[in-house]
Design a protein around this ligand. Sequence first.
Ligand SMILES: [Zn+2]
Length: 365
Amino acid sequence: MSGPATVLRAVLRHGPVARSTIARLTGLSPAGVTRHCGSLADRGLVAETDGPVSRNGMGRPHVPVDIDTARHTVCGVHIAHAQCTLAVLDLRGNVLAQQQIPHGGTRPEEVLGTVVEALPRFLGDRRPLAMGVAAGGWVDTDNGVIVEHASLGWKNVPVKEILSTTGIPVHADSHARALVQAEQLFGQVRASESVLHLFVGNVVDAAIVTGGSTHRGPRSAAGDVAHLPLGDPDVRCGRGHQGCFEATVSDDAWARRTAGVSMRELLGAKPDPFIERARMVGRAAALLYDVVNPEVLVVTEAGVIHFPECLQALRDEIAARSHLCAAPEHTVLSSSFGGDEVLAVAGGAVALGVLYADPLSHAVG
Ligand SMILES: [Zn+2]
């Protein structure tokens, strides 16, 4: 990580924080920290705070610095099966505004055209530094292409190129990787070197962090768990396989299983229909846990987010099946982000991840 990125991450984690403390925490020289803080402040990413000023033994004042959340924002676009979520986030990942936009159709130009049309009014006077686009399925980050989105039937959609017509720099990633990045930046797994994230919505996919970095693989295809044969053997997926994981536990499949009641209605009622899903997710999670052996497993799934009973059922199932997961109450966690904001965070986190990785190339003063 570059010096400015190291300093910005330290300020994010520890701010408001004195420059001398940043030097101690990061091992950078005090002069280097002061120089990087200056560059970051010039770009409006950090600012000196009005908070209490501490003094060292020589009586020199230490004015703490913190992330400047008042100046810049990023924008997020999450593309789901039936709607897009537009969002504005500050640099600490707080969702300042969000709006759901139902798809006008399912073709990429219809869906993305609606987004391009809606953005100016949604953003108003805001000029976000960057736009993050998150979607389920296979997203090629380097090229900004949604290679495959099964539930929308999309193949090779150049989402970056299409949304760049808004004039905002665009970055794209899978929502599973976007959310694990958000967990590392703003969530409860900040200090973890290895994290496994399992996302269960209408699309089911995973993200793997090792050595503090997200594993992508060639063309960013890593994390495809949709067709693992860990679902109900009586269910067939769109490719005609029996017992596929996504075809069994996805939101749509689960709503059909529970007499056609919508997910929203289900969440307003009792946890019972979700407990069985949490167990099925736990079966797959236990297997993935033993393959990856992460410090922490994070599961983003509506029932687990809403009902403590579902988190318990998930942990019980993983404890029963995994060889390695000895203390699921510490190592199996629900998403840090509530059900109402998780998709908004996913989109914004794609842009924030790029910003925090290389702050000086992606921000202007
Ligand atoms: Zn399948």
